[in-house]
Design a protein around this ligand. Sequence first.
Ligand SMILES: [Ca+2]
Ligand SMILES: [Ca+2]
Ligand SMILES: [Ca+2]
Ligand SMILES: [Ca+2]
Length: 610
Amino acid sequence: MSLSLRLTSSRPAGWGGAWGRAAWAGLLWGMLACAAVAVPRPAVSAPAPVLAAGPPVLPSAGAGEAARVIVAYRRGARIARLHPWQSGVPRQEARALLQRRADALAAHAGTALATGRAVGPQGQVLRASGLSSEALARRLAAHPDVAWVAVDGWRRAWSVPNDPYFTSGPAVDNGSGGPVVGQWYLRAPDETFRSAVNAQAAWARSTGQGVVVAVLDTGVRFDHPDLQGRLRPGHDMVLDPDVANDGDGRDNDASDPGDGITVQEANTVGGEFYGGFPRRCAEQDSTTGQYLAQASSWHGTEVAGLLAASTNNGIGMAGVAHGVQVLPVRVLGKCGGYDSDIQAGMYWAAGIDQPGLPGNTTPARVLNLSLGGIGACSTAYQQAVDAITARNVVVVAAAGNSAGHGVGTPANCRGVIAVAGLRHAGTKVGFSDLGSQIAIAAPGGNCVNIGAGEPCLYPLVTTTNLGLLGPGENSYSDSFRISVGTSFAAPLVAGAAAMILSLRPDWSPAQVREVLQTSSRPFPTTSTDPTVRVCKAPTGADQLECLCTTSLCGAGMLDVDAALAQASSAGGSAGSSGGGAFGGAWLLALAAATALMSAQQGRRRRARSA
Ligand SMILES: [Ca+2]
Ligand SMILES: [Ca+2]
Ligand SMILES: [Ca+2]
Ligand SMILES: [Ca+2]
């Protein structure tokens, strides 16, 4: 039996079908689920721990460092009466006064005390050496003049971005706006949003600065306000001018001119964009049999936004790895694209020279492929992936949106980090494909609400454009123009990979994969919906929402902060033996075992499809 690859971007191909299936899966869940509301997060840290002159309960705060506390005196305290405060005294005099108060406490503290500045009308900073802040606080708290002592801890601003949609989408009004929960998928996980990727906490460690991530897709809208400063020029690999829709073949302008299809094109039998066989470029009206016009997907712009939208710029959304530079490599046009253009784009993105193409002056360390088709991994794709990973470049690909069938290609190629999609509750989302080739799972967006005119509750908000055929107004997806699909789970993982590489620039793709996997959180093993069963190996029938297992949905749910914590604490740099759990020898052994298993699986798959 021969294999035919039908390559399409995952959203345009699976749009109608995936939406319908996701909605059906959503109905099952929605019967039991209540509408979820975002948990407001504090804008500042909790107050510094305070010790009343009672039981000494203090958190640890850098034992071994010099002691540093804030002390406040009781109203009418003897020390305060002996060394009274007068407003308006010069700074030198105030400091001398505070030091006299410190000296008065020194005997009680059992050590010399140096004063810092005043803190409020009743308090001051005290420093000492040779003991911890906690120990000093315990001693001073027992003094009758002392109202309370607090460790003078160190705080940092929370990385709460000021992008409004991070917290909540625009108001839902007459078929636009939402989602109410904003960018739920980037925040810390909780009981409702079990699959959230915990990126917000990770931003204190890295945002991916200095790393280039290639987005192999439909191109991008360079004029989107929330992508300003985030994009390299990139390249346009689409050779066929009709598919390219920009009037020519390959060029150095990766901007997306739109990939919409007119009613006439969709109904021209034998035309390149015919709605039926072989490419199936359009949805069909079930009553009239007519193929319908297809709006442009702006798919590359949507993937780029999830990955790297400008963050803390006060507009729109936040990107998971907003320090990276996106290298747009246009490989898809109207209805999809050829393998040959995609593979040429992969080599170019990784900085591998090819005859007839200009060199890439900003090669990527990570490739994101939110595209694919049905079939085994071909030799052509495997060779491209092998050559690219050999250059220390990570390849991330979306599993596919065929409603629980086998992993698509090139996600199923050996060495690719294949990403499955999760519902907010952590179960496999209906549209996502699954199988042994999946490395990890991440949110793919899901709706729950399916009534006519009701907003989709948990789509992945991202940058898009409102133009139907050509470009129109730049905008964002929302609860009505939704972005759901494994296409949107993949860039969350690609972003995490880039953030790891920004901390560990010399790490190999195998090391990045291992840290992503070992830091991931376990899948939930139960659902509030009793009809949701444990996922089974794909059989050729649809398999909607199911409880993920590590053999079918990857190692677990992406946790960006845990991955970066692990990357920062792993001993030494790549290849050196740090002596910890991530010493080089251990990693290499595990990588070898993984590669061997993948190779065996690959052989079995090829044998089956032969
Ligand atoms: Ca043509
Ligand atoms: Ca062109
Ligand atoms: Ca172009
Ligand atoms: Ca923004």
